[in-house]
Design a protein around this ligand. Structure first.
Ligand code: S3P
Length: 450
């Protein structure tokens, strides 16, 4: 499938975005371990999250889906059954890494397989600590890559300091920690998204934060079953927020989006780049803050993104690079080497596509230096099989002269079913909805700060 995009008319819209991907994965897994029936609303029915749902079904959990965004999960009180077949994680790194942690706690053996893209991504980051806890994990691919053969059972809690800041690693260890003797502590080099901790708290699993940057879970606990409503995904919202921010007088209001502050660094960057950004938390009743974000576009200026800000906007760096190409001056992204091991090498992919569209870019080992503003011209750009690259360059197409064709765009279904329809709305607005709520504004952050 290809996406064809032309320059956008003036943006003035009010929208919502589908459910948060990270939270959807975690909610399914924790509900499945709980002691009763949980209804999850706002679930993201994307390919990645459905891999997690099907994995839990393969482990004996009954999960009904009366509507695409509603799941009824029949918790198994932590007692999972051995899968009859290997478990396919598709291209979902979150599924594979979280499942590795969960399965490390089971006495039976299971095998996790992946498609070609995920089979190239590093798994040693979860294998090493899970083996330290007492699991046995054999990576059948070269250099500690999938397929993974996992067996475990009698785990002991450890204190682990991962060398990379990764919420997937933290999540895997905390899930294994639920099945371990004693306590399991993860001390991160930089704070990452804290959805697993929040979800544990919501499902009444005891955790502790002894010092900033470390989280502990106590073993041998059963999550208490509860219903949960998943907010919209700020990482999906990011594409439209950048589109509005980069268009002079563009205006966008997004409702019911997740505003967890381990995920909202994008808003601070857009503000620093010169956009007007307002956010208002409307509810935290189910531990994850949710609310409204409103952006008004101004001529953007380049900025520096590095340090502790990086894990808090790691998935937004492709679209922020597009913002950089449209901004005046240099945008520098550093200390983001993790981008090289995402669904594709995102540093190389962004540099390649920005150049194809007429932007001057220097590729750094751990980031990018982008010189703007570029008069983008329409071109054929590749997705590299990466959903966020495909979506970021569809948005670039909204600012280009002539037509942009994003090739192999079907990967978008991994995280954002409905993206194409929303893109149509931005390219060809039928129902202009204008709204101007009065909400508090963000305080600008200094470059590199969170
Ligand atoms: C995710 C964590 C991040 C992010 C990914 C989803 C999660 O990956 O890039 O899209 O749900 O835990 P890392 O933990 O590898 O940084």
């Amino acid at each position: 499938m290809e996406l064809r995009v032309k320059r956008a008319p003036r943006i003035d819209l009010e929208i919502t975005v589908p459910g948060d991907k990270s939270i959807s994965h975690r909610a399914v897994v924790i509900a499945a371990l709980s002691n009763g029936v949980c209804t999850l609303q706002g679930f993201l029915p994307s390919e990645d999250c459905m891999h997690t749902v099907n994995a839990m079904r393969a482990l004996g959990v009954k999960i009904e889906q009366p509507e695409p965004t509603t799941l009824i999960v029949h918790g198994k009180k932590r007692v999972l059954t051995p899968p009859k077949n290997e478990i396919n994680c598709g291209n979902s790194g979150t599924t594979m890494r979280l499942l590795a942690g969960l399965l490390a706690g089971q006495t039976f053996e299971s095998r996790l397989v992946a498609d070609a893209g995920l089979s190239r991504r590093p798994m040693d980051r979860v294998i090493a600590p899970l083996c330290e806890m007492g699991a046995s994990i054999v990576a059948e691919g070269p250099d500690q890559t999938a397929p993974l053969r996992v067996s475990g059972g009698s785990l002991r809690g450890i204190h682990y300091c991962p060398s990379v800041a990764s919420a997937q690693v933290k999540g895997a260890l905390l899930l294994a920690g639920l099945f371990a003797r004693g306590k399991t502590t993860v001390e991160e080099p930089l704070p990452t998204r804290n959805h697993m901790e929040k979800m544990f708290n919501y499902f009444l699993v005891r955790t502790a934060t002894e010092e900033a940057g470390s989280v502990t879970v106590f073993g041998d606990q059963v999550p208490e079953s509860r219903d949960f409503a998943i907010p919209g995904d700020i990482s999906s919202a990011a594409f439209w927020l950048v589109a509005a921010a980069a268009q002079r007088r563009g205006h966008l209001l997004i409702r019911d989006v997740g505003l967890n502050d381990t995920r909202t660094a994008l808003l601070g960057v857009l503000l620093r780049m010169g956009a007007q950004v307002r956010e208002a938390v409307e509810g935290v009743d189910q531990v994850e803050p949710r609310g409204i974000v409103e952006v008004t576009g101004f001529p953007l200026k380049g900025t520096v993104i590095q340090g502790k800000e990086v894990p808090r906007l790691i998935d937004e760096l492709p679209i922020l690079s597009v913002a950089g190409a449209l901004a005046n001056g240099r945008t520098v992204i550093r200390q983001a080497g993790e981008l090289r091991v995402k669904e594709t090498d995102r540093i190389a992919a962004i540099a390649h596509n920005l150049r194809t569209m007429g932007t001057q870019v220097a590729e750094l080992n751990d980031g990018l230096e982008i010189s703007g503003p570029a008069p983008l011209h329409g071109a054929q750009v590749a997705s590299f099989g990466d959903h966020r690259i495909a979506m970021a360059f569809a948005i670039a197409g909204l600012f280009a002269e002539g037509e942009t064709v994003v090739q192999d765009a079907e990967c978008i279904r991994e995280s954002y079913p409905g993206f194409e329809t929303m893109l149509e709305e931005f390219s060809n607005p039928k129902r202009m909805q204008v709204s101007t709520p009065v909400i508090g504004s963000l305080t600008p952050t200094a470059p590199g700060e969170g």
